[in-house]
Design a protein around this ligand. Structure first.
Ligand SMILES: Nc1ncnc2c1ncn2[C@@H]1O[C@H](COP(=O)(O)OP(=O)(O)O)[C@@H](O)[C@H]1O
Ligand SMILES: O=P(O)(O)OC[C@H](O)CO
Length: 495
């Protein structure tokens, strides 16, 4: 039996590759930063060649470090930043425009027009999403309209659309496979999450030609074989899921009622609702958690656009910390009597507000406000936003003890201060697992499940280990006062 699964995580800020053994331990890993481009306010782009190049290089480095060859790899699993949109030439695999990243707001006006034209209800009913620039559909239409001749080429079938998973697969397989998985398809605004198929009405609403679209497969499925020239031999691709869904798998949130929240660039909380898609009455998203053996499991999702990005702002914008890890110590020294609130709407507000045009603000500044209070406000803003999501989840899913425990992961969970504050503010325990690489482990698991490398879900779930539980310690009175200050601040911006 081959020794490893090669798991790829193409995230917003970096690409990673891990070689995972059958017991879940990591034999080798590699990571590379991904350059970001900000051509104008609210615009975020990445070069397609950087996306593929960093992934390829990380895979090769991980193989080298472990002294492994293609024949030692049982399968590849891919997970990825979701919604980020690429359109490329089928003949060459070359993108015709930079990738438009999920955070990009340039299609806000187009979304407002679609909403005003009354398409919101149809979109919500079929996709479980809201019309927002976050998702892929308006980004695709933008590329087709911005690049001369692209729309006609798309209609002729010369071009392909994909989210990052699909683009990577196309390039890894030497242009032979144009496919995606149900979790990524569910983030495009073009996919009916109830039937599991692309939807002709939605394609017409968003002006996207069907000829662009990839085939949609299960998350644990046969996605073809890599070009032998890339790794010195062919490797099968057997797993694929959007990174937030992969984190849910990596956190073993397989039972309805289980919730995970991932704190990377943004924060994404997903509540497993089982085989039933729950329509949110509180502006959460309904999405596909995973699709295995043709069976779809659904989730309610709250998406926050700025989490770790607020810490990056402290570092790169305000320059009050040298590295992300310094924010903890600084925040811990903040004056508790100051009510400084940051609403980090740097790229608008996501769930449950969905206000792409709103921008960030600081409230409660005094002459005594300094770096410590700003650091605390940044870390706390992530906790406040999570509270909004958890409240909405409770309201949408009163059964099964939803959100009595929150499983967390992602780079920002290294901050003990933030995790404690999170437990205090949601008023529930926060569990940080021993396994730090839950997202990429989810991708590894999906690939390994479909080729017998890993055990069935129950056995995998039994391997989950706690690193630390953060128990709520704030008084109810203090908690309510902090939450009231947050709500007041958000209310002023969204009024
Ligand atoms: N010790 C820390 N304290 C606070 N934030 C942190 C810490 N370490 C990393 N981060 C934040 O976590 C984010 C990176 O997490 P990661 O899961 O790698 O993100 P992504 O998948 O979005 O690229 C960065 O935004 C960084 O600011
Ligand atoms: O790359 P991350 O971890 O910030 O995740 C991005 C999300 O998938 C966007 O929906």
């Amino acid at each position: 039996m081959a020794a490893y699964i090669l798991a790829i995580d193409q995230g917003t800020t970096s690409s990673r590759a891990l070689l995972v053994r059958p017991d879940g331990s990591v034999a080798a890993s590699a990571q590379q930063e991904l350059p970001q481009h900000f051509p104008a306010s609210g615009q975020v782009e990445q070069e397609a060649e950087d996306i593929f190049g960093t992934v390829l290089s990380c895979c090769r480095q991980a193989l080298d470090k472990a002294g492994a060859a293609a024949a030692d790899i049982a399968a590849i699993g891919i997970t990825n930043q979701r919604e980020t949109t690429l359109v490329w030439e089928r003949a060459t695999g070359r993108a015709i425009h930079r990738a438009i990243v999920w955070q990009d707001r340039r299609t806000a006006d187009a979304c407002a027009r679609l909403e005003a034209d009354g398409h919101g209800a149809l979109v919500r009913a079929r996709t479980g999403l809201v019309i927002d620039p976050y998702f892929s559909a308006t980004k695709i239409a933008h590329i087709l309209d911005a690049v001369p001749g692209a729309r006609a080429r798309a209609e002729r079938g010369d071009l392909a659309f994909g989210t990052v998973d699909s683009f990577l697969l196309f390039r890894l397989t030497g242009g032979r496979v144009h496919a995606t998985d149900a979790t990524n398809a569910a983030r495009t605004l073009l996919f009916d999450i109830h039937t599991g198929a692309w939807d002709a009405d939605l394609l017409a609403v968003f002006g996207v030609p069907a000829a662009l679209l990839p085939e949609v497969r299960d998350c644990a499925a046969d996605f073809g074989v890599t070009d032998p020239a890339l790794f010195g031999g062919p490797i099968v691709v057997r797993g694929m899921a959007g990174d937030q869904q992969a984190a849910m798998v990596g956190q073993a949130c397989f039972a309805p009622g289980m919730v995970k929240s991932t704190y990377g660039t943004g924060c994404f909380a997903l509540l497993n609702t089982g085989e039933t898609p729950v329509a949110s009455r509180n502006r959460l998203l309904t999405t596909i958690a995973y699709q295995i053996g043709g069976k779809r499991t659904y989730a309610l999702e709250g998406s926050i656009f700025v989490a770790g990005a607020a810490v990056q702002w402290l570092r790169d914008g305000l320059r009050i910390i040298a590295q992300a890890g310094d924010s903890d110590r600084l925040a811990a020294g903040a004056d508790e009597t100051q009510d400084v609130i940051l609403v980090p709407a740097f790229v608008g507000l996501g769930a449950p507000y969905w206000r792409p045009e709103v921008r960030g603000a600081l409230f409660g500044l005094t002459r005594g406000t300094g770096p410590a209070e700003l650091a605390r406000a940044a870390l706390e803003s992530v906790c406040f936003q999570t509270c909004d999501l958890i409240d909405a989840m409770h309201a949408d899913w009163p059964g099964a003890g939803a959100a009595t425990v929150l499983r967390v992961d992602g780079g920002m969970t290294a901050s003990d201060y933030t995790m404690q504050r999170l437990a205090d503010l949601i008023g529930a325990p926060v569990d940080r697992p021993a396994e730090k690489e839950t997202t990429v482990m989810g991708a590894a698991y999906l690939a390994g499940l479909s080729c017998g490398f890993f055990p069935p879900p129950e056995a995998f779930a039994a391997r989950w280990r706690l690193d630390r539980r953060f128990a709520p310690a704030m008084t109810g009175e203090a908690r309510q006062a902090r939450l009231a200050a947050w709500r007041d601040a958000v209310g002023r911006l969204t009024a």
